[in-house]
Design a protein around this ligand. Structure first.
Ligand code: TYM
Length: 332
């Protein structure tokens, strides 16, 4: 059976981008047709400025939202990264296979490091090695497929490169994974800056629809989305990114093809209105279920405890094999 692994980083409140680009697929498709693991990658959240209490809150909330989005612990394994030591254990060994040049070429590193420096802050070393830890997440489980939004494909490519290099040098140890992405909404853009990704840790809150936004708040954000100059509703990602983003969000939420949907509208206002309603309808059941789960924190904790136990058992043999292959002396 295909092994699937993916994760979400609790650095901020989860967004419509996280949902349409990744989580929805995990719940609707991946957990049903594969042996799937989903992870709240809290170690990754330590790579940028963070507040410990907020991180704990966001980690719990992310786990609860993954369940609310439809992940079923009977069908998949849901856990928190720091509960399974194998991720950090493998990451170190992979650091001995990766090069610093490779890390410095990563787009997300360049963007995030530049942002930290602009703010006058310093760049944590872990931000540079972030993709190695992500490779460890993936490779520890013998993962075949990594369902992610487009912003993560370069990181998955790196995991592939490290797997191939390790296997060539030290003998076959890792499965070589590949990224998969949804046909539409693999890159949901910020509603106010449609040339930038809708990212949860961004500062431009009004351009981001959060999964827990009240219906009226979500509606207003969509209605205020920037559209492009020109009157006609056409689907053109290059020339009309704002409009294309709305059409993709509508297609992802209500079904249909963005280019065909464009033909049905003769005004931006009507398109925005329908998109806003479609977004609210998609969020409604997730929010309802999240509310129920908030009333039962013991349930979520239990799911995470069991998930970590299962994940540990799955990762340990591969990580032990990597330690042996690279020449580390097994404990007696
Ligand atoms: P993260 O937490 O930024 O995002 C989680 C998932 O949501 C997708 N996504 C989007 N998709 C479409 N449009 C958007 N605007 C958008 N924003 C986010 C992401 O592509 C991702 O699939 N490094 C990863 C977390 C990670 C991981 C892993 C993923 C750590 N280890 C191992 C897969 C496998 C990240 O920061 O995702």
């Amino acid at each position: 059976m295909t092994r699937v692994f993916s994760g979400v980083k609790p650095t901020g409140h989860l967004t419509l981008g996280n949902y349409l680009g990744a989580m929805r697929q995990w719940a609707a498709v991946d957990q049903h047709r594969s042996d799937a693991l989903f992870c709240v990658v809290d170690l990754h959240a330590l790579t940028v400025d963070h507040d410990p209490a907020r991180l704990r809150r966001l980690s719990r909330q992310a786990a609860s939202l993954l369940l609310a989005a439809g992940l079923d612990p009977e069908l998949c394994t849901l856990f928190v990264q720091s509960h399974v030591d194998e991720h950090a254990r493998l990451s170190y060994v992979l650091e001995c296979v990766a090069t610093d040049g490779e890390m410095r070429r990563m787009i997300q590193y360049k963007e995030k490091a530049a942002r930290e420096r602009e703010r006058g802050g310093s760049v944590r070393l872990s931000l540079l090695t972030y993709p190695v830890l992500m490779a460890a997440d993936i490779l520890a489980y013998g993962t075949d497929e990594v369902p992610v939004g487009h912003d993560q494909t370069q990181h998955v490519e790196l995991a592939r490169d490290l797997a191939v290099r390790f296997n060539q040098r030290y003998g076959h140890t890792f499965v070589v994974p590949r990224a998969t992405s949804p046909a539409v909404a693999a890159r949901v853009m910020n509603l106010l800056e449609p040339t930038s990704k809708m990212g949860k840790s961004d500062d431009v809150g009004p351009g981001i629809v959060y999964l827990l936004d009240e219906p009226d708040v979500a509606r207003k954000k969509v209605m205020r989305a920037v559209t492009d100059s020109g009157r006609e509703v056409v689907y053109d990602r290059e020339e009309r990114p704002g409009l294309a983003n709305l059409l993709e969000i509508l297609a992802a939420c209500a079904g249909g093809d963005p280019a065909e949907l464009a033909g049905k509208y003769d005004s931006y206002g009507a398109l925005k209105k329908d998109t806003a309603e479609a977004v609210v309808e998609v969020l409604r059941p997730v929010q309802r279920r999240h509310q129920e789960l908030c009333a039962d924190p013991g349930y979520v904790e239990g799911v995470l405890r069991e998930g970590a136990e299962k994940a540990r058992g799955m990762a340990r043999p591969t990580v032990d094999a990597a330690y042996r292959a690279i020449g580390l002396l097994p404990p007696g």
